[in-house]
Design a protein around this ligand. Sequence first.
Ligand code: NAP
Length: 251
Amino acid sequence: MRANLLILGGTTEATAFANAAAERGLTGTVSFAGRVDRPKRQPLPQRIGGFGGISGLVDHLQAEGITHVIDATHPFAAQMSRNAIAACAQAGVPLIALTRAAWTATQGDDWTHVPDIAGAVAALDQPAQRVMLAVGRMHLDDFAPNPQHFYLLRLVDPPKDPPPFPDHHVLVSRGPFTAADDAMLMQKHRIDLVVSKNAGGTGAYAKITAARALGLPVLMIDRPDIPARAEANSVAEVMAWLDHAGVDRGV
Ligand code: NAP
C-alpha cells in the first residue's frame, strides 16, 4: 500500500519522524497549528492551521486520502490529540501517537505537582518571588492574577501583546538549551522558582537539571489526560507499525 501520512507536528519528535519518512521515500504532510511565526523547515510538504474540530479533520482525512495519522504533537496539545482519536475512529484511518515518557523526579529534585495551568496560577498566589515561567506564550494571560512576581519568560517568538504582569524579562530563543547555560541564566536573574510543564524528552529538560543543581523548587504542571490510543516511543517504533500495516517503503 502506498502511504499518504498525516503527521501532526510542532515538536522535535515530529520533525525527526518526518526526516525518517522522507529518507524512506514515504509520502505525507506535516501539519502545524500555526502557533509559531517560523515553524521548523520540514523535509515533507507542510500545511498550517487548524482543521476545524473533529468534523473538519474527518473531512480532511477523506478529501486528502490520508492512509495513516501520526500524532507527534506535544503532550500538552491534548485537544488536537483527542480530536485525532475521534476523527480517525470516524474515518477508519489508523492512528499512532509518537510520545515521550513524562519526567519523574530524581534525587535532589524539589517538585510540587499541580494538575494544570490553573493549578500553577493558584500555587503562585503568594508573596512576590522571582519566577522562571516556562509555559509558552499562549498561556501568559492566565498568570494575570499574580502580577506581584518577577517573571523570566523564554519564548520561541516575542509575545504578541505585553504580558499582563509588569515585572518581567523576555528571552526569545528556540533552544536547544544546556543545563549549564540554564543554571547561569537562573543565577543571573536570581530565580527562586521554576514553573514547567512536564513535557518529557530531552529538549526542555535543561532547566530541570539546572534547578536541581541550584537547589531550586519546581512547580511541575502534570500532563493532561488523553484517551488510550496506539503509542510509540521512538521513530523506529512508528516505522515498525507502518511496516506491519503493509506500507510500501517507497524507495
Ligand atoms: P491544542 O490546544 O491541543 O489544539 C488546539 C487546536 O489547535 C486544535 O483543536 C487544532 O484546531 C489546532 N491544532 C493543534 N495542533 C495542530 C496541528 N499540529 N496541526 C493543525 N492544527 C493543530 O494544541 P496546543 O497546545 O495549542 O499546541 C499547538 C501546537 O503547538 C501543536 O502542534 C503542538 O505540537 C505544538 N506545541 C505545543 C506545546 C504546548 O505546550 N502545548 C509545546 C510545544 C509545541 P482545530 O480544532 O481547528 O483542528
